[in-house]
Design a protein around this ligand. Structure first.
Ligand code: LLP
Length: 441
């Protein structure tokens, strides 16, 4: 294998082209894999996932000592094999639904290391999480806090909780994923005094053990300063509560959000260096405030799995509308990747067989659903010769693809195939039409 220099497509180290020009992922040529598993198909590079976990764990431990935690935000991609990998790597996890809790449990993930999020946990959710011994609840609001206290009392347990606060910080990302601003459906705002109110209530409830605070400013964040500013606001709040309530938080969870590269013009974040910087700031700010630094947790999702995944499609129709556009339709689309339709998210889409010659036409890569908005990307240079049966790879699809997939048009969902050195194996099998219709009574 030789790694050719092609800046547009080689956006992660696990991509290369063979001597014949074929696209390889995790060191494996993709054509035989597509033949073996069929298309469309998600492929994951297991070693890349493990490497990312280790990068986070070692950075967090270097910055905050053995008590620093890394929780994989499993909304980014949730299936049994991933929780097994997280368990093996010593990660914690963030879960947001009974479905994620159940999947983690089936993987033998130690649920005492799970943090239960969501801005609207029903009583049934809370009971399910308690029944399964989920270690921490990240409480969004006062009603939920009272419900957790009531249900904990019924079970005669004391539930450990963190309170989700909004630090009032704009992470400069797309609106759908900016969550740390005061005007947010998530958390209690520090600025409005609601954060202090909920803290006082939490401290007064008998079946609640307040462990500390949580914030998550947003997702796909490139500005590392955002985490410093969030840390500052959160530590100031910890110090304020210590003074006014005599309560010193034991834990501070700073959320997830580090951005990843979908295209060559996006920067690559040095996670270790960033966390070191945040750590340095936190230690010195805590010292300045005269408080002991709480245990610190990070909650990355996208940056653990995004570039460990890609999707392979087969081209069907190529439709040239002279003077307008050239549509290249593939056998997947918004059902396996809704992110372009939802957020206009950029992607790198390349032919599997070989590099794109200079001067190739710009194409609109379209999905197979009955909806004009079902596009994967526009202005993608693809070879003039591209046609029925050719393979295309959409890069960086490991996060928020499988987990956001749908059955729109009753399209069966894709399988997930793991690549690990010479080994390849199914982590999730392909859905069948019978699976899709299987719940109909
Ligand atoms: N912690 C909390 C409380 C979160 O809400 C999230 C993401 C994370 C951690 C992980 O953030 P990450 O490291 O993955 O950026 N569907 C959108 C992303 C939604 C993110 C939701 N929360 C997308 O496809 O871009």
């Amino acid at each position: 294998m030789v790694l050719t220099e092609n800046k547009r497509e080689m956006i992660c180290e696990n991509l290369s082209r063979s001597e014949t020009g074929e696209l390889c992922f995790a060191g494996r040529p993709l054509t035989p894999l597509a033949e073996k598993y069929g298309t469309p198909c998600y492929f994951y590079d297991e070693q890349r996932i493990r490497e990312r976990c280790r990068t986070y764990l070692s950075a967090v431990r270097a910055a905050f000592g053995e008590r620093g935690r890394v929780l994989y935000a499993s909304k980014a991609a949730s299936f049994k094999r991933l929780y097994e990998i997280m368990r093996e790597e010593g990660m914690g996890t963030d879960v947001v639904s009974c479905g994620e809790i159940y999947t983690a449990k089936r993987a033998g993930f130690p649920l005492e290391k799970a943090y239960f999020h969501s801005n609207n946990k029903t009583d049934a959710d809370i009971e399910y999480a308690m029944e399964n011994g989920v270690g921490y609840f990240v409480v969004d609001n006062v009603e939920e806090l009272y419900a957790i206290d009531r249900l904990a009392r019924e079970r005669k347990i004391v539930q450990r909780v963190l309170l989700r606060l909004t630090p009032g910080i704009d992470p400069h990302t797309y609106a759908a994923v900016a969550t740390g601003k005061v005007d947010s459906k998530f958390g209690s705002a520090i600025e409005t005094g609601q954060a202090e109110d909920i803290t006082k209530i939490a401290l007064s409830l008998e079946n609640i053990q307040l462990r500390g605070f949580h914030c998550h400013v947003g997702s796909q964040v490139f500005d590392s300063d955002v985490y410093i500013r969030a840390s500052q606001v959160m530590l100031d709040f910890v110090a304020h509560i210590s003074k006014t309530c005599g309560y010193l938080a034991e834990e501070l969870d700073i959320g997830g959000g580090y951005g990843v590269r979908y295209t060559a013009d996006q920067p690559e974040i040095d996670i270790a260096a960033n966390i070191a910087q945040v750590g340095e700031f936190m230690h010195s700010h805590a010292k300045k405030l005269g408080i002991t630094l709480p245990e610190i947790a990070f909650e990355p999702g996208r940056s653990i799995v995004a570039d460990a995944g890609l999707t392979v499609y087969t081209v069907g129709t190529v439709k040239n509308i002279p003077g307008y556009k050239r549509y290249v339709s593939v056998d997947g689309g918004m059902t396996d990747n809704p992110r372009y339709a939802l957020y206009g998210s950029p992607y790198t889409i390349v032919p599997v067989a070989g590099e794109v010659p200079d001067g190739s036409p710009l194409c609109t890569v379209a999905g197979r659903c009955c909806e004009s908005g079902d596009l994967l990307q526009e202005n993608v240079p693809l070879p003039e010769s591209m046609g029925r049966g050719d393979l295309l790879a959409c890069l960086t699809t490991g996060a928020y693809h499988y987990s956001m997939a749908s059955n729109y048009n009753r399209v069966p969902r894709l399988p997930v195939v793991m690549l690990d050195g010479e080994r390849d194996y199914l982590a999730v099998r392909r859905e069948t039409p019978e699976d899709v219709a299987g719940l109909d009574v």
